[in-house]
Design a binder for this molecule. Structure first.
Ligand code: PLP
Length: 446
């Protein structure tokens, strides 16, 4: 199978290499690659999976997920740290299990995510709980599960958590998620660390909130946290945020509040098109030089950088049509399966599963949903696909399936994981019965 391997897909994280330029531009071994014009995931031809599982489906590479996890986690191996995969980017149990087996933790944002984490065997002592709107039930569930830390986002939440912990006779370990007011220079919808964002507590108000939390009998102040945004392509905003958090830690120390954990959130970007984000090793180098003499355990919450390029969405071409203005390629996946292009105008590379040398056209790649916003690409140069052809929508491993819905009563697609020469359906395709589960026609209408 070594014949003519070419790597046309966007960048993935190879083993940690300090020379980032090399990493960026090298033709590195990628776990989605072509062998004799056919797209493979590790050692399995994508066409085979499509034939046996049907389309559309998400396809994850075990080896790529593992490699990305270690590229990130390994970059911090010489300092005390914990890598908590951000579960909202990909919450499939098999994916979570992989991180559990590799020693990773998770960052959760809901009770449902905590349930998944525990089912996947993530150690509670490696779970951090973020989010602006945690309900009392969620707080209680997490307290009873004895998670590592709550990242609190408002003064009311401080009081709420203290109350819930008191009722349960427990003590909650807390960090305050501060908003450091750093511009992450990313898409406005995924920037979270600016003063105007809903997340966290303004860093200028943080000391008084810490004083308040420190007085609560059922809280134990242990950390500071932040998360400034997603798909960052530069190191500087992270360093800036870190410095502001370190200043806060010093200030708190002076008022007798000692901090053990510093949670820097997630946000490291990936290559979808031509972005050149820093390699985790470069990110780690910058972070480590700021914290070397500090007695702190660092927590990271990477999502996209680990899962993004470890998954693709495989779809089949249903129809092609041309208007005087445009070419359209209608595929069987839609915005309900992968919403990023519709929601953020995100770019996803589009590649043929079998390269057929039919020439190139400029086209819109669209789904069957009754919305003009249902597209994967607009005015994109793509191969001249024909009905029945399989297409791979690349870089779909993060914020893909987790953001899927049943809009237009479309069953959610299957998720498949390849491990070497084997593939496993790690989530069955939903059925029509699944679509109406829980729905009831009231008796008076029968
Ligand atoms: C979304 C999110 C992350 C992960 O962001 P990525 O860009 O996927 O790394 C981490 N922490 C928190 C609090 C988040 O909301």
């Amino acid at each position: 199978m070594a014949a003519s391997v070419n790597t046309r897909s966007p960048g993935s994280l190879e083993t940690p290499i300090l020379n980032t330029n090399e990493w960026e531009y090298q033709e590195h071994m990628h776990h989605f690659h072509y062998v004799n014009n056919e797209l493979y995931c590790e050692e399995v031809p994508v066409t085979q999976i499509a034939t046996e599982v049907g389309t559309p489906f998400y396809l994850y590479s075990y080896a790529t997920l593992k490699m990305h996890f270690h590229a990130f986690d390994g970059a911090f191996q010489d300092i005390a740290h914990l890598t908590c995969f951000s579960m909202k980017s990909n919450s499939n149990l098999a994916v979570l299990r992989l991180f559990a087996l590799e020693g990773g933790g998770v960052d959760i944002v809901s009770g449902g995510e905590l349930y998944r984490a525990l089912k996947a065997g993530i150690e509670p002592s490696k779970i951090v709980f973020s989010g602006v709107g945690k309900r009392s039930e969620d707080l209680a569930y997490a307290l009873e599960s004895d998670i590592l830390m709550f990242n609190i986002e408002s003064s009311q939440e401080i009081e709420r958590l203290d109350g819930v912990a008191r009722d349960l006779g427990k003590k909650a370990r807390v960090a305050i998620r501060v908003n450091p007011d750093v511009d992450p220079a990313t898409h406005p919808y995924i920037s979270t660390g600016l003063r105007e964002n809903k997340f966290g507590i303004d860093i200028r108000q943080a000391p008084e909130q810490y004083e308040m939390a420190a007085k609560m009998k059922n809280l134990q102040v242990t950390g500071v946290s932040c998360h400034i945004g997603s798909q960052l392509t530069q190191v500087d905003p992270f360093v800036e945020a870190l410095r502001r958090l370190l200043d806060l830690v010093d200030r708190l120390k002076q008022s007798g509040i000692s901090i053990q954990y510093l949670d820097l959130g997630g946000g490291l970007g990936i290559t979808y098109e031509r972005e050149a984000p820093p390699h985790p090793a470069e990110y780690a180098k910058a972070i480590k030089s700021e914290v070397k003499d500090k007695d702190l355990v660092l927590i990271f919450e990477p999502g996209r950088v680990i899962a993004g390029n470890a998954g693709i969405l495989v779809t089949q071409v249903l129809y092609t049509k041309s208007t005087p203005e445009k070419n359209f390629i209608v595929v069987d996946a839609a915005m309900n399966d992968l919403v990023r292009p519709s929601l953020y105008s995100s770019y996803h590379a589009i590649q043929p599963v079998v390269e057929r040398q039919r020439g190139r056209i400029k086209a819109d790649v669209v789904g069957p949903i009754c919305e003009s916003g249902d597209f994967f690409a607009k005015g994109r140069g793509v191969d001249a696909y024909e009905p029945g052809d399989l297409m791979a929508i690349m870089s779909a491993g993060a914020y893909g399936f987790t953001m899927a819905s049943n809009y237009n009563s479309r069953p959610r697609v299957a998720e498949v994981m390849v491990y070497g020469g084997q593939y496993y359906v790690v989530r069955k395709r939903e059925t029509y019965e699944d679509l109406i589960r829980g729905e009831v026609i009231p008796d008076f209408m029968r």
